[in-house]
Ligand binder design. Structure first.
Ligand SMILES: Nc1ncnc2c1ncn2[C@@H]1O[C@H](COP(=O)(O)OP(=O)(O)OP(=O)(O)O)[C@@H](O)[C@H]1O
Ligand SMILES: [Mg+2]
Length: 275
């Protein structure tokens, strides 16, 4: 793969289902898969079947979603998992292929004005490159507020013209071929014109129990230093409860970090309190 593509193509065939299925996240993954399946599939209950003369139209006012939720609520992971599930489903049903192009602001940002616009266009161009084959593309704009911040009186010129390119490309998108999913943990920082073109959906944080389930996956199955995995998990669960009681926001990230902290304190006697 070229190191300078404006996106990273996620290999959905080799993403293993290493994530734990928990109800809160599972719900928005399933909804995302359902919506994409409606537009991408060629089965009976699909957009293609319901609007046979609009299949190639750019003039359908639905281009995708913005998934909003607190940091570490599993948004990025959820989009990848949704892509994996969709690929399996559409592949088995009708031999349709699914690609996922992952874009974040560091893929696009360059010092030279003009170059960023070109790079953003190249993302959309890549999504069309297989438009006559039996394949669909999801473009994930991760943390979109950093790529397309809200324009205001003192916005930089670059952000205005980059937003302009985005709107133009989005307005020309054929939703039965390509859908955009953006993520953000700062929806109020997303340009209103972006928000108005994409459907806003929530990605709520995991519950404390879900955090503990995920924490388990960061602990060794064999245990360490004579402690079983379950004993480690008990310690981790207590530490998670303490973090939450102290007002830290719940997240998958906090769950995994707390598991690692607990592990480190057991194997190396090295805990945060020592510093
Ligand atoms: N269901 C899950 N099972 C196991 N690990 C998970 C699960 N969901 C998310 N994670 C892990 O938790 C961490 C945070 O998830 P992710 O990066 O998807 O959150 P995010 O909402 O995109 O965060 P941010 O707002 O900071 O971008 C990652 O390391 C991810 O791999
Ligand atoms: Mg993310």
């Amino acid at each position: 793969m070229s190191g300078d593509e404006p996106f990273v193509e996620i290999d959905l065939a080799s993403v293993t289902d290493q994530i734990i299925s928990v109800p809160t996240q599972d719900k928005f993954i399933t909804q995302m898969v359902g919506a994409m399946e409606y537009f991408f599939s060629d089965k009976d209950n699909s957009f293609r079947a319901d609007f046979p003369n609009k299949t190639e139209s750019t003039n359908f006012p639905f281009k995708g979603f913005i998934l909003q939720g607190p940091p570490g609520s599993g948004k990025t992971e959820a989009v990848i998992e949704a892509g994996r599930k969709l690929r399996n489903q559409l592949g088995a049903e009708s031999g349709i292929g699914v690609r996922l192009l992952h874009v974040n602001s560091s893929n696009i940002n360059r010092s030279r004005v003009g170059e960023m616009e070109t790079r953003l266009q190249r993302v959309f161009l890549a999504s069309k490159s297989n438009s006559d084959s039996n394949s669909r593309t999801i473009i994930l704009f991760d943390d979109i507020e950093t790529l397309l911040p809200k324009r205001d009186a003192d916005s930089q010129e670059w952000s205005r013209s980059l937003n302009g390119v985005f709107f133009h490309e989005l307005d020309n998108l054929i939703t039965t071929k390509t859908m955009v999913i953006a993520t953000t943990n700062l929806p109020e920082m997303v340009d209103p014109a972006v928000r108005s073109r994409l459907a806003l959906r929530d990605a709520p944080a995991p519950t404390p129990n879900e955090m503990k389930e995920v924490a388990k996956t960061a602990l060794p199955i064999r245990g360490v230093k004579g402690m079983t995995q379950n004993e480690l998990l008990e310690l981790t669960a207590k530490a998670i409860d303490k973090h939450l009681a102290e007002g830290e926001p719940p997240s998958f990230r906090l769950a995994r970090q707390t598991a690692i902290e607990t592990l480190l304190s057991i194997v190396a006697g090295w805990s945060k309190e020592d510093n």
